[in-house]
Design a protein. Structure first.
Length: 128
């Protein structure tokens, strides 16, 4: 569920976390993150002769929890509501449109969760 959101022009704020996959890992990008004072939450990459340690796997799992949840929401908005295009005049209208998209996502998510609960109750009744 989306509880709060912020609409502004895309900029990385100082001290903000940066979640991406391992394609964005590497020394040159780490220097950019450090220069912009952005906390890198990029997953570490394993290689053929140098697999990830258990600690690295655990860290990747923690980083991926947040990223995966957010990506599911963006995927729904983009695929179901053509959310990658916001064609409005003015920030106030763009904020209103994004807010409405978030409300629609929440309603769809509630319906989905309600179906899961209902199906669980039906399965419990049928097994008795």
């Amino acid at each position: 569920m989306i509880h709060r959101w912020l609409t502004n022009y895309w900029t990385k704020q100082e001290g903000q976390d940066f979640y991406e996959d391992s394609a964005y890992a590497g020394e040159p990008l780490e220097q950019v993150y450090n220069k912009k004072k952005v906390a890198s939450k990029v997953n570490e990459k394993g290689y053929k002769k140098r697999p990830l340690t258990e600690e690295q796997k655990s860290n990747n799992r923690e980083k991926s929890k947040v990223r995966a949840r957010v990506e599911h929401i963006f995927g729904f908005v983009e695929n179901s509501m053509n959310g990658s295009y916001i064609r409005t005049i003015g920030m106030a209208r763009a904020e209103a449109k994004i807010g409405m998209m978030n409300i629609v996502y929440n309603i769809c998510r509630c319906v989905q969760l309600k179906k899961v609960v209902t199906m669980g109750q039906l399965c419990a009744i049928q097994t008795k």
